[in-house]
Write a protein that binds this ligand. Structure first.
Ligand SMILES: N[C@@H](CCC(=O)N[C@@H](CS)C(=O)NCC(=O)O)C(=O)O
Length: 248
């Protein structure tokens, strides 16, 4: 299988977590933003990552990929057999992919606006060093207009994280006694709030100030790190060189 991805995309991380949980090997194809996406469009009929190539099949969208992998590799199951639990998992996955994803993305945008080093660490792998330095050095006040806009979303995000902490204080996983797609979808979005070790040396353990370093959220990130160990999501080798996709 081949995964077309952006390295620091939470939706791509969701697919990488699912592939790890299923114990399936895959190759990573790092898509160059812009030009690579045009070619991705020719390949998949849309321009977003993740896209999974599996034999002759091209699957776009992390949920479609999750369902495909669940059918093809049913063991271990990431969707419970019990219909009510399964429904809970699907609802939580959808919440993670929408509300949580939106809040986490905005919070990271705000953090990157305030922190040049974080900004340059997040650039695509292909970015040449001089450009990376310039991007990191852009004065923070150029971005400061963002801050007031983000306040309600940030409050909503903090409240959601508090609910997750409360849930996970009394149970090992969000639904049932073993990891499900709900856990992986939530953990994938937490990637943006505090980067796990797999994000690489420049980013590991950094994240959104006020969340990544907030003691109240420590149990949530510990749960996330433990989940990575449980499903076997490990640090990959050196970051894949970006590939410009060619489609015949
Ligand atoms: N619903 C999609 C969302 C995928 C998505 O938002 N991908 C982003 C990266 S995190 C993307 O490709 N953005 C580039 C663009 O929209 O042009 C999924 O679950 O896979």
């Amino acid at each position: 299988m081949e995964l077309f991805q952006f390295r620091h995309s939470a939706f791509c991380e969701k697919v990488r977590l699912i592939l790890a949980a299923k114990g399936q090997p895959y190759d990573v194809r790092e898509v160059t933003p812009g030009i690579g996406q045009l070619e991705l469009f020719r390949l998949s009929g849309q321009r977003q990552v993740p896209v999974l190539l599996d034999g002759g099949e091209t699957i776009a969208d992390s949920t479609a990929i999750a369902l495909h992998l669940e059918r093809r590799f049913p063991d271990p199951p990431l969707l419970p057999a019990d219909p009510a639990e399964r429904a809970q998992v699907r609802l939580l996955e959808d919440w993670a992919d929408t509300a949580l994803a939106g809040g986490a993305r905005l919070a990271l945008l705000q953090a990157a606006a305030e922190d040049g080093a974080l900004r340059s660490a997040l650039l695509p792998v292909a970015t040449p060093d001089p450009l990376r330095q310039i991007f990191g050095a852009v004065p923070s006040d150029l971005f400061s207009g963002l801050t007031p806009l983000l306040r309600p979303e940030r409050l909503q995000l903090i409240q959601a994280l508090e609910q997750l902490v409360a849930l996970l204080a009394v149970r090992p996983y969000l639904v049932g006694e073993r990891p499900t797609l709900a856990d992986l979808a939530v953990a994938a979005q937490l990637y943006l709030l505090r980067f796990p070790a797999v994000a690489g040396l420049d980013l590991a353990a950094r994240g959104v100030t006020g969340i990544a370093d907030q003691p109240a959220f420590e149990p949530l990130f510990r749960w996330r790190d433990e989940l990575y160990r449980t499903v076997g999501r490990r640090v990959e080798g050196p970051a894949a060189e970006p590939v410009t996709i060619t489609v015949d």
